[in-house]
Design a binder for this molecule. Sequence first.
Ligand SMILES: Nc1ccn([C@@H]2O[C@H](COP(=O)(O)O)[C@@H](O)[C@H]2O)c(=O)n1
Ligand code: MG
Length: 290
Amino acid sequence: MLIPELSKDTVRMKDPEKVQELILALKSGGDKKLQVISDFDMTLSRFKYNGKRSPTCYNIIDNSKMISDDCRKKLKDLFNIYYPLEIDPNRTSQEKFPLMVEWWSKAHTLLCEQRIEKQMLAQVVKESQARLREGFEEFFDTLHQSEIPLFIFSAGIGDVLEEIIRQAGVYHSNIKVVSNYMNFDDNGVMNGFKGEIIHTYNKNNSVLRDTEYFQQISHRTNIILLGDTLGDLTMSEGVTNVENIVRIGFLNDKVEELTDQFLQSYDIVLIRDETLDVANGILNFITAKD
Ligand SMILES: Nc1ccn([C@@H]2O[C@H](COP(=O)(O)O)[C@@H](O)[C@H]2O)c(=O)n1
Ligand SMILES: [Mg+2]
């Protein structure tokens, strides 16, 4: 077995031989040809901790003291309406698209009324239940030490996810983030979000403004992609020349209903696996000097 972590009981693969071939191709390309593209919420961050649902970037703000009780209730109501739609196994991504635009737009309107202060964000993240997946230090540090770029493409809140990674001590220089960033006025009070909304089903070239990034690393034609929704599969669209791509999907919720769809789309599916063990196993194999 090339990667012992692939024997974990959380691992499912439609075609294990193809996965083996892909990993061997990544190994022969080495660290110089590799780049990693990852979602953030519920992919790099945990879905559950001690049996309790962990917060997304938005949830961290929604649950914070910066938000009034009335607004918090409205944001929770939105979550309860739209999250089931986001992961609904019986709707296509195209059908979900306008619903996600509705969710993000309504939530942003509510958040903009709350006079969120930039200088409060670090404290709010510190007091939150946000947690990166087990094995995150090894994951971030291996990529940094091997100079492998990590592109984090998130429909969450960039300011919040950056702070989570910074406070975890792993916001290294090889990381590039594309996400929804808050805009602040001269007094440091939030008055909107920058640019076009990024939601679960438009994580593709339509919102990738910074094409320079992918041009600069265009020799890195081997990709490891990490995601937790079917919308995350298009995150690699900015890479013009893809030689080999290994897609790893974290299946956290609606597991029975979504397993088949995930197996059709992701090369490796991880069922209720709160660790980065598999990604770390593959990275160790590729970066090992033998
Ligand atoms: N108002 C909202 C909108 C979205 N979410 C969740 O955030 C996730 C997006 O972040 P990724 O890093 O995973 O792209 C998304 O999956 C939604 O479930 C939210 O909590 N509140
Ligand atoms: Mg996610």
